[in-house]
Design a protein around this ligand. Sequence first.
Ligand code: UT7
Length: 337
Amino acid sequence: MLIVGTTASRRYRTAIMGLGVAIPEKVVTNHDLARMVDTSHEWIVTRTGIVERRLAADAEAASDYAVVAARRALEKAGVEARELDLIIVATVTPDMPFPSTACLVQHALGAVGAAAFDLQAGCTGFLYALAVADQFIAGGRYSRVLVIGVELLSRITDWTDRNTCVLFGDAAGAAVVGPAEEGIMAVHLGADGSGSHLLYQPAGGSRLPASHRTVERRQHYIHMNGNEVFKFAVKVMTQASLAVIRKAGLSRQDVDLLIPHQANKRIIDASAKRLGLREDQVYVNIDRYGNTSSASVPVALYEAVEGGMVREGDIVLLVAFGAGLTWGSCVLRWGVQ
Ligand code: UT7
């Protein structure tokens, strides 16, 4: 049951009231990529689990996808855009450096009563944004928050670099959250900036403003040390999961379903194994979308819910890692709103 309006003496949990996604139409297969760079379908599948990814059309931008995902989430939640108190957009590929993509989304939705801002935590962005929303809801400040993870990584992918171009895709996922009896039980966030050089876009900011030189040096693209990120990911996905399970007062055996960031099937498998979870307790869609950064967790959660994998009362664990380096996890009890 949804509790509308909080009292000073009682605190509620933050529940996901509705989810929505927006996925590009254009499919790019591993075979397509093998015609562009020195790679093969076999290498990509074996090393990453990716079979295909979706890429946005040239004229589209992040806010276009964010708005579509948001409208669907609002509809599922039965919430009008004008009821929203806050919009948080997690992205590393905003429409432009400023204003925020959240403000563009606010205008497009007609969410005239909502504050709006972007948040950036690499692929952990959605979980950081959900944690911020949780604070506003649990504190009683707001009752309707729209949280969006959107990425058009195709815009910052070097399509001549086989080390990175096979990994990424475009998508958006959105969640409308509000106060309820059941919902988020615990969140856990972390960061280690000493690893900032392992995954980054060197140019386009105040250190290396855009110039002919930065373009010639291909510094506006994703640069990544894949091996180091891989090692970090396996370690931190497990640690962040165990930390949030502990915070929620639960044990590993209580988790019904894991929704992990979809960066590499081998990272997901290793994390699930360390957590003692069976294959059917882990949602995987990396084969169809690749790594969509901050969109990956909400898109996977949406598909798991729509596919009937999440039942009322289930304990769902969300976990992600990303550029920063950052990590985040969330345990929630799924309830009927
Ligand atoms: O959301 C966070 C974003 N990032 C990640 O999650 C990335 C985490 N890292 C990974 O997923 C993996 O490290 C990769 C998939 C990026 C790479 O897999 P790997 O098993 O760590 O391969 P590797 O980097 O050790 O490279 C092995 C070989 C190299 O050749 P040599 O030096 O052994 O001759 C690479 O040049 O594979 C080569 N290689 C490729 N070959 C065919 C690298 N990319 C490709 C490719 N096709 N696309």
